[in-house]
Design a protein around this ligand. Structure first.
Ligand SMILES: Nc1ncnc2c1ncn2[C@@H]1O[C@H](COP(=O)(O)OP(=O)(O)O)[C@@H](O)[C@H]1O
Ligand SMILES: [Mg+2]
Length: 336
């Protein structure tokens, strides 16, 4: 999606940034800045994406440090499903970096409707495997949500259509490490109690304290998976207050209550990822991805071995048996 650029407020088409980049269009505006599609004069006029801190707000030290940290963290990671940084620089007091331009859509809405459950799960696995690489580098993304995952088609696809099926050529790319942190450095830049990112996909621990580890990302991906499978968000309510209460206290409606076509195993995988207590979730994104792969292979998922899952049907059968035995016993006692 490209946005019509309003004059004055943002860079306009044909504006030149840092004597090097010529603006084509505005791609997105988020909390941390603006993202433009630009030509790079120093690199054969190649099209790249350029993210730059806002020009309107006075860039304070916190914003600048956050943006620099985003650049530093992204530079540490190298994975085809994680956005890579090309160059970074400064124009006036505005910081920017450039990256691969993604011709694609956010992983949501229409895109989801055109995928089968299985195709969707394959993409989720790619996302989870990529975030596992970040986790291994001790980086927690903290803002995983559909708008920070772009879905594109692999480059070689247009040239030679050799892919056997859709999932082979679809490539999700995780962007926006704007509020990512290393596990060890969880103080300082964010004031305690400030919620950065979107509440809809945030983990309970994220809204209670800023101390989160990689299991918070497991939760956010779990929320996305729940939304993909059911068409609704597990904890979002009509007010901020109610959403907080739901996130911290209420059990989400079971996946199969929304969509009967989802198997019990898949529903359990999703529910494991969105457990409120970190220790009840998948302990690593690797385990989460492995379970989705097992599921796609027609095998039983492992889930979290420390958590008991009650299958409603089993409970029902036990209930009926207990009722039958009691009734028969009563009849036997009364009528001898
Ligand atoms: N490399 C890219 N190629 C194409 N579009 C992008 C790219 N990076 C970001 N965008 C678009 O810009 C939006 C905002 O970018 P993001 O990095 O998430 O910024 P913010 O921190 O402001 O949320 C994204 O949701 C996406 O639509
Ligand atoms: Mg974003």
């Amino acid at each position: 999606m490209e946005i019509q650029i309003p004059r004055n407020k943002y860079f306009a088409s044909n504006d030149i940034i840092d004597d090097r980049y010529k603006v084509v269009s505005l791609l997105g505006i988020g909390g941390m800045g603006e993202v433009y599609k630009v030509y790079d004069f120093h690199n054969e006029n190649k099209i790249v994406a350029l993210k730059i801190t806002p020009g309107t707000a006075k860039i304070d030290d916190t914003n600048a440090r956050r943006f620099q940290r985003e650049i530093a963290l992204m530079s540490k990671l190298s994975h085809s499903n994680i956005m890579a940084i090309y160059e970074s620089g400064k124009v006036g007091n505005r910081l920017y970096y450039t990256m691969e331009f993604i011709q694609g859509k956010v992983f949501h809405g229409n895109i989801w409707q055109n995928l089968t459950i299985e195709e969707g799960l394959h993409i989720f696995i790619k996302i989870i495997e990529a975030i596992h690489v970040a986790h291994q580098a001790n980086i927690v993304h903290r803002d995983l949500k559909p708008h920070n995952i772009l879905l594109t088609v692999k480059k070689d696809f247009q040239k030679n259509n050799q892919f056997a099926n859709k999932i082979e050529y679809l490539r999700p790319v995780i962007v926006d490490f704007g509020i990512a942190k290393t596990v060890e450095s969880q103080s300082g830049i964010t004031k305690a109690g400030t919620i950065l990112g979107t509440l809809k996909y945030a983990s309970p621990e994220q809204v209670v304290s800023q101390k989160v580890d990689h299991r918070s990302d497991v939760f956010s991906i779990g929320v996305m998976l729940y939304e993909f499978l059911t068409g609704t968000l597990p904890f979002a309510r009509d007010t901020h207050q109610k959403t907080l209460v739901a996130l911290l206290q209420e059990d989400p409606k079971p996946v199969r209550k929304h969509n009967k076509k989802i198997t019990r195993d898949l529903a359990n995988i999703c529910m494991t990822a969105i457990q409120k207590k970190e220790s009840n979730r998948y302990q690593t994104s690797k385990e989460f991805g492995a379970d989705l792969s097992l599921y796609l292979d027609g095998k039983k998922p492992v889930l979290n071995p420390n958590v008991q899952y009650h299958s409603p049907n089993k409970l029902l059968i036990v209930g009926v048996v207990v009722w039958l035995v009691t009734t028969l016993l009563t009849l036997y006692i009364v009528f001898g």
